[in-house]
Ligand binder design. Sequence first.
Ligand code: PLP
Length: 413
Amino acid sequence: MSGNNDSNHGPGTRVTAAGRRAEWTGTPGHPGAVVSPAVWRASTHLYPDMAALRAHPSNEDGNFYYGRRGAPTQWALADALTMLEPGAAGTVLYPSGVAAIAGVMLTVLRPGDVLLMTDNAYEPSRVMGRGLLHDFGIETRWFDPLDPDAFAAAICQRTRAVLIECPGSLTMDVCDVPRLAAIARARGVISVIDNTWASPLGFAPLKHGVDIAVMSLTKHVGGHSDAMMGSASAGADWYRTLRLRAQGLGTVVSPDDASLMLRGLRTMDIRLQRTTASALALAQWLMQRPEVAHVLCPMLPGSPGHEIWRRDFTGGCGLFSFVMRGGTAAARDALIDALALFGIGYSWGGFESLATPVDPAPIRSASAWPPAGWDGEDRFGVRLAVGLEDPGDLIADLDGALATWRRQAGRNG
Ligand SMILES: *Cc1c(COP(=O)(O)O)cnc(C)c1O
């Protein structure tokens, strides 16, 4: 769905206003009379007569034709996301974030192509390279996200696209996206970013030279851990191509889920402000703790990647990791088990806090983990998705869990 980007207003104003077109938020005869679009559950569009059916406009957004092309609920969400993404001409919705990544890859890549992927990419993206894309004759190669020269050197005749994840959603490495995007563009390589961590409120990929911005709406946009969806936003050319491929693949999202996403979107700015501030408070507290060797939080001064984050990003979120000083996997697991206010589960971006183990060593193939310069004993990590609870309560919970870790790791304290 296409729309005008209005980047003159602040993010709170923009998430409040985005996508609320009068024609999609009306009651009969009263355009714009309700605040949010209705849930239009519709597969079929009825035409008054044959002439109307024959005269139906071509394949355009905003013209109801058949359910697979969406209805006002989905259009309003896509339009809102386009308005929040500076440089985007349109947004395609997918049933999940992984479906968005797959949908984009199956649009830009052809058999025989090489895809380059940052080595910090989230595991399902890596699995897609080895599985789905491999089966379609596409070869995926990984590169060190912190080494733009390695990226440039990895580009060959067959390289068609690069998939960047920034920050890496486990290890939080912040790569130089403008530099990678510039290298890609100069060499005719299509750049795609998984921008789920920052969302367009924290990082504007297309303004930094990236061609296609993908997001799992399941995380920050939904915000309530009750719905799944993904999106891809791009300039006019890629938008049209992505949209046609999504139609060809038959990917649709339900109006009920689109309505949940729109509801979440309205509070996304205030939630991100809160979770960013809380994550920073927890990260600062953890940094002072002798049990903790490294805090991997892009918003934290002194944390790896903080300088690039400050240069390129306008916001953060509640997702960050830390690495214990030595210890064992069992001690780390006991720490997570001892947390009362953090659920144990994948995903993030919901209102509730979560914790998961971080063990990237086995999945990395082009960069070392633990990174060079670290004590190799320091490798048992924890990823926190900080929610909307009071940060003081979360810190007290972590304090108790660190005591459990000390007992398990045989440390006095
Ligand atoms: C969760 C996630 C996805 C996939 O999103 P789903 O909606 O769960 O399919 C993609 N990228 C990142 C970085 C994620 O964390």
